[in-house]
Design a protein around this ligand. Structure first.
Ligand code: 13P
Length: 258
């Protein structure tokens, strides 16, 4: 990370876990052990039905609540979908876009791009995900693949808006597998992402955007990942479901030695 130029962000992605009642329980427990004082930005992206209780419970805190998906259209006949302005009105600050689990359900780069634009338009902070499969890594095409995902995802995002975007690098082979990318592997890709952003936007903006790592990040490996210059935080799945573990990751991000 580099606190001088950009925000450190520790974000949880709950995926399809926890009911509204369990969300309330988690938030109360989390609130009681949350680090006080100087700390990084903290986000919790939760299932849509858990958003109201999460927002209500965390109202007096600095924790931002987020959604895990958004529809790119402003309104209309899209049964079961949720528009960006609805998320804003419900109290969301963030939205995860293009997670590999959603891409596996058919979300395309064009969809991801349209969702990023819709989120920005509504005033949400998109956490745009990218990542390669194990086959792609082994074939040596990780850098090209990620560059393509970033370029298509950011199409039409203006120089003024790019600073609002958070990018999350999540190697698919590291998600939920307990197999974390090494700090060097993760840094290499995150640095590559910043280079792609620098080619598309000003150096100043490329230096200012937060790039997160995700994929089996936990309370044990967070510090060394966050010690890398281009890793500005984490997008955490499993470990964000347990208040004590999530707090430990926040504490790792708050270490003055970083
Ligand atoms: P895990 O931390 O459970 O590997 O999940 C990572 C992830 O997909 C976060 O979006």
């Amino acid at each position: 990370m580099n606190r001088k130029y950009r925000k450190t962000v520790i974000a949880g992605n709950w995926k399809m876990n926890k009911t509204p009642s369990e969300t309330k329980e988690f938030m109360n427990a989390f609130k009681s052990i949350m680090p006080k004082g100087r700390w990084c930005d903290v986000a919790l992206c939760v299932p849509a039905v858990c958003i109201p209780v999460a927002v209500r419970t965390m109202r007096e805190t600095r924790v931002g609540i987020g959604a895990e998906n958004v529809n790119a259209n402003p309104s209309g006949a899209y049964t079961g979908e949720i528009a960006a302005n609805m998320l804003v009105d419900a109290g969301c600050k963030y939205v995860i876009i293009g997670h590999s689990e959603r891409r596996a359900m058919g979300e395309t780069d064009a969809d991801v791009n349209a969702k990023v634009l819709a989120a920005l338009e509504a005033g949400l902070i998109p956490i745009m995900c990218c990542g390669e499969t194990l086959e792609q890594r082994e074939a040596g095409i990780t850098a090209e693949w990620i560059a393509m995902q970033i370029k298509s995802g950011l199409q039409g995002v203006s120089e003024e808006k790019i600073r609002k975007v958070i990018i999350a690098y999540e190697p698919i082979w590291a998600i939920g597998t307990g197999k974390t990318a090494t700090p060097e592997q993760a840094e290499q890709v995150c640095e590559g992402i910043r280079t792609v952003v620098r080619k598309l936007y000003s150096s100043k903006n490329a230096r200012a955007i937060s790039i997160l790592y995700g994929g089996s990040m936990n309370e044990k490996n967070a510090y060394e990942l966050l010690a890398q210059p281009d890793i500005d935080g984490g997008l955490i799945g499993g470990a964000s479901l347990v208040p004590e573990k999530f707090v430990k990751i926040i504490e790792a991000a708050n270490q003055p030695t970083l």
